[in-house]
Design a protein around this ligand. Structure first.
Ligand SMILES: NC(=O)c1ccc[n+]([C@@H]2O[C@H](COP(=O)([O-])OP(=O)(O)OC[C@H]3O[C@@H](n4cnc5c(N)ncnc54)[C@H](O)[C@@H]3O)[C@@H](O)[C@H]2O)c1
Length: 299
């Protein structure tokens, strides 16, 4: 961590801050570590944390490639520590209730899924060229689809377009068609080039069609939107809203559930093998885009 960032963390949060994560691991009394470093630094920090025998909450995506993800999963299994990956949407009550409804059988057999995650052009500007759209954004929906339906992806077809981000070598938008093991399919749409004026909203949608019913999650609709002379804003009421002087929301829920799992000796809600399975699918999406052909999933 840079000196200025360390000083700010100490000042704002009143906590100790270190130049190198290994200094933190060496402190007595540290039982669990949360890693929210940029994607390309997950591997080294995660392996170091597990080698030190600390429980680990690791931000998504698990790693920069499937091989690194496998390495982290193997280290997690060897360590005997609790490891959870920050697939935040599993802590969103809307998706959790959607899963409960689907798994209760009231929608019948799965027919198809549609998932969308579109946002303003802030992500690629902020994260730079090392992160692909599929890896950074689509991975959320892949995890949700697997988690809610219990389905495995067996074949991937994808189309993408690049105009806004063409010079940066990035994809603006992609659509992936995922064949699922039961014979059903999922269509996943991701875009991160909506104009900045679109504001802070995240146009996320999930629709699950079954033989006996349908469910929909409208992710953009957090219950509050405000337009002023600067356009629309969608105040965060879900992720880390402040309410009554207290931080509330999915991130808090995620951390609390991780701590409860560690203290209670229970498996955390997002095991790293699930995050690895999602990586295999996003890797196949990127291959389908690059090679312009359907990719069969191994196994
Ligand atoms: N679950 C979600 O919905 C979600 C949302 C946003 C980001 N993320 C993930 O969270 C992670 C962090 O994203 P972010 O948006 O907070 O990034 P960020 O760049 O804002 O924050 C990264 C932090 O890491 C620190 N850092 C960078 N290099 C370091 C080093 N060598 N040693 C120590 N500290 C270092 C920086 O000072 C910064 O505080 C990424 O993996 C990202 O994909 C997940």
């Amino acid at each position: 961590m840079q000196p200025a960032a360390r000083a700010r963390a100490q000042e704002v949060f009143g906590v100790a801050a270190f130049a190198d994560f290994r200094d933190l691991l060496a402190l007595p009394g540290i039982e669990a570590v949360s890693i929210c470093l940029p994607d390309n630094l997950h591997r080294e920090a995660a392996l170091g944390t597990l080698a030190a025998g600390k429980h680990l909450l690791l931000e998504k995506p698990l790693a920069m490639c499937v091989e690194e993800g496998e390495e982290i999963c193997q280290a997690a299994a060897r360590s005997g520590c609790h490891v959870m990956v920050g697939h935040l949407l599993r802590f969103d009550p809307r998706y959790a209730l959607a899963r409960e409804a689907f798994q209760s059988g009231r929608l019948g057999e799965l027919v198809h899924v549609y998932a969308r995650r579109n946002s303003a052009v802030l992500g690629p500007t902020r994260y730079g060229p090392n992160v692909s759209l599929a890896w950074h954004v689509t991975v959320h929906d892949i995890d949700l689809i697997r988690w809610i339906t219990g389905e495995e992806v067996v074949r991937v077809t994808a189309e993408g377009s690049a105009r806004v981000l063409a010079r940066a070598g990035q994809t603006d938008s992609l659509a992936a068609l995922l064949k699922l093991a039961s014979g059903a399919f999922a269509v996943v749409e991701s875009c991160w080039v909506l104009p900045e004026a679109y504001g802070s909203g995240l146009d996320a949608q999930l629709e699950i069609v079954g033989t006996h019913g349908v469910l929909e999650v409208k992710g953009l609709d957090q219950g509050l939107r405000i337009a002023d002379t600067n356009g629309w804003t969608y105040p965060d009421t879900m992720r880390h809203a402040r309410y009554g002087g207290r931080v509330w929301g999915l991130l808090r829920e995620e951390v609390e559930q991780f701590v409860d799992a560690v203290l209670g000796g229970k498996p955390p809600l997002v095991p790293c093998v699930d995050a690895l399975a999602a990586l295999r699918v996003v890797q196949a999406i990127d291959r389908a885009l690059a090679e312009e052909r359907p990719i069969a999933m191994a196994g």
